[in-house]
Design a protein. Structure first.
Length: 314
């Protein structure tokens, strides 16, 4: 903060979507992401520049002899370099903001506040696009790891859509119910590859890992503004009507409507499609099982609607 360094700019950089990334891929992958971001920022520093990490996902660059136009150019180069790098197939993304001190009468703290305010405005404008892209990539990564999961998710979405029509939901609600059905298992991205490859006979630790996926899905979707409205349905889709489900032991109409629909659709599709450790059954057998579990596992009001409207059986 000396006269010879004027104009002096501060560039504040914040990593976009770090919490969402950590929820999906784990903190070790998140650490790799931060290391890569740091490497890119160092590469953009000139000899006289200073780079500092200010917190979990925030960095500051001190740029001597740099006016606002030059600071903008540096930020643009950083954005471009980030977009060319990926961790877990997710492109790196940061929000940048800058402030400039032109004379010694200006307090450097005010310049930092100006840069931080600018960064937050940019972050808000970028968040929706980044979150949407990240959720899509997480789903695609899940589908590539788990053969059959794409078809299962799409089938559950279609079944939910049919039930939505039968319930007389408005068009936007039907669309949301279908989307919730498609993304209901997004939390399975947190299951280890070793556990995914097993064909049944899970240990208690592996089973604990599997049944955590609704909570992982909730965390991912809660971090993405555009998807946060689906988070509660995803969290609750393994709850049971009699209160014996997980993770919260909700019962009856404590369970969100979308989750009640998804649980029936998921169970039906799983039965008729089969899994590596369990053979598929006929639609008739699956329907019999839904009826048997009506009032215990599933909503007794929704089961007959599902059978009639989604499956097409009386």
């Amino acid at each position: 903060d000396l006269p010879r360094n004027l104009p002096l700019s501060l560039l504040v950089i914040d990593v976009n979507g770090l919490k969402l990334f950590n929820d999906a891929f784990g903190h070790l992958a998140g650490d790799d992401l931060l290391k890569k971001v740091s490497e890119i920022l160092k590469a953009q520093c000139r000899q006289e520049d200073i780079l500092a990490r200010m917190g979990g996902d925030e960095f500051t660059m001190i740029l001597p002899g740099t006016d606002p136009a030059m600071a903008c150019q540096i930020a643009s180069k950083i954005d471009s370099s980030m977009s060319m790098e990926e961790i877990e197939r997710v492109p790196l993304s940061v929000a940048c903001g800058w402030g400039t001190k032109f004379d010694m009468d200006t307090n450097i703290r005010k310049v930092f506040e100006m840069a931080e305010d600018h960064m937050y405005r940019n972050k808000i404008s970028q968040k929706t696009v980044h979150d949407q892209r990240s959720v899509r990539i997480i789903l695609e990564t899940l589908f590539s790891r788990m053969p059959g999961e794409r078809a299962h998710s799409q089938s559950v979405g279609r079944l939910c859509e049919r039930v939505g029509h039968a319930l007389g939901l408005c068009q936007s609600e039907i669309g949301e119910l279908k989307t919730a059905g498609i993304i209901h298992d997004i939390g399975k991205i947190g299951i280890s590859r070793f556990t995914i490859r097993k064909k049944g006979d899970f240990s208690s630790a592996e089973w604990a890992e599997i049944i955590k996926h609704p909570e992982t899905g909730f965390s991912i979707l809660s971090s993405a503004n555009e998807y946060s409205r689906f988070a509660d349905a995803v969290l609750s889709h393994h709850e049971k009507w009699d209160g014996s489900g997980y993770p919260r032991g909700l019962k009856g109409e404590e369970i969100p409507l979308f989750a009640r629909v998804i649980s029936i659709a998921e169970a039906y599709d799983t039965m008729v499609s089969g899994r590596d450790w369990k053979a598929a059954v006929s639609p008739e057998t699956a329907v019999d099982e839904l009826r048997r579990c009506s009032g215990t596992q599933f909503s007794p009001e929704l089961v007959p609607i599902f059978i009639r409207e989604a499956v097409g059986q009386a």
